[in-house]
Ligand binder design. Structure first.
Ligand code: ADP
Ligand code: MG
Ligand code: MG
Length: 251
């Protein structure tokens, strides 16, 4: 599924190397988590995979089912089945949520050389997905994320994921702001979408999120590299002892 090899990334603006050789292999159907101290490069990894400007890949590769992700335009990444959810999703005043989602689905289909989804089929699809996620019709009509509460934004992010049916989902739950309810939303959403053909990379500061999601593999990132990988017990170790011991072991 997703294969990252020796990925080196620096900032374009300043001479600063952030990722210093990241290796990661995620198989179909697996949930991997990345934890690590603040500033270790976790968000940078997700930004580079999403194609955000400002980062330069100086070495290494990232492929999705053998296709070079780093060479793709952002919409090609979506068409290839990559989905990235960020903590603070953009607000798009004047564009209804439903219209936005339909545009996203159609641009994904166009990039795959498929026909547009009909209005009736889309309505049916979105009603079904929204119902499963307990999203009310009102939220579908409102402008994208405008005035949404933190919980509603999270719910919407999960809806976007459900509608686009990606094969590789990357969620970056950065820093503060994920309360218990939002954590439950995200973990229920991820668990509902878990499937033998779909993989997840969950980047998080919150060990407790991993209590609900139960990842197959946990990685610890420090100073631009993955310094340890293991099972869910690694997240517990972080919860109990912090990063100090783990980082000392790997140094
Ligand atoms: P994490 O998500 O693990 O907290 P980040 O990827 O956000 O780490 O940041 C890694 C390092 O890169 C930090 O030292 C951060 O300050 C720096 N960094 C990331 N993006 C930028 C940027 N656009 N400008 C300046 N420094 C940045
Ligand atoms: Mg950070
Ligand atoms: Mg971060």
């Amino acid at each position: 599924m997703l294969t990252i090899k020796d990925l080196h990334v620096r900032l374009e603006e300043e001479e600063k190397q952030i990722l210093k050789g990241v290796d990661l292999e995620i198989e179909p159907g697996k949930v991997h988590a990345i934890m690590g101290p603040n500033g270790s490069g976790k968000s940078t990894l997700s930004y580079v995979l999403s194609g955000r400007d400002g980062y330069e890949v100086t070495a290494g590769s990232a492929t999705l089912d053998g296709e070079d992700v780093l060479e793709m335009e952002p919409e090609e990444r979506a068409a290839a089945g990559l989905f990235l959810a960020f903590q603070y999703p953009v607000e798009i005043p004047g564009v209804g949520n439903m219209t936005f989602l339909r545009t996203a689905v159609n641009s994904q289909r166009a990039a795959r050389g498929e026909d547009e989804v009909s209005a009736a089929d889309f309505l049916k699809l979105i009603r079904e997905k929204a119902k499963a996620l307990k999203i009310d019709a009102d939220m579908l009509k409102r402008p994208v994320n405008v005035g949404f509460s933190g919980g509603e934004k999270k719910r919407n992010e999960i809806l976007q994921m459900a509608v686009l049916e990606p094969k590789m989902c990357i969620l970056d739950e950065t820093d503060s702001g994920l309360d218990v309810d939002a954590m439950k939303l995200v973990s229920d959403g991820v668990n509902a979408l878990r499937d033998a053909g779909r993989s997840f990379l969950v980047i998080t500061h919150y060990q407790r999120l991993l209590d609900h999601i139960k990842p197959d593999v946990v990685h610890i990132m420090a100073d631009g590299r993955i310094v340890q990988s293991g099972g869910p017990e690694l997240a517990l170790e972080v919860e109990n002892n912090g990063y100090g011991d783990l980082l000392a072991e790997s140094a």
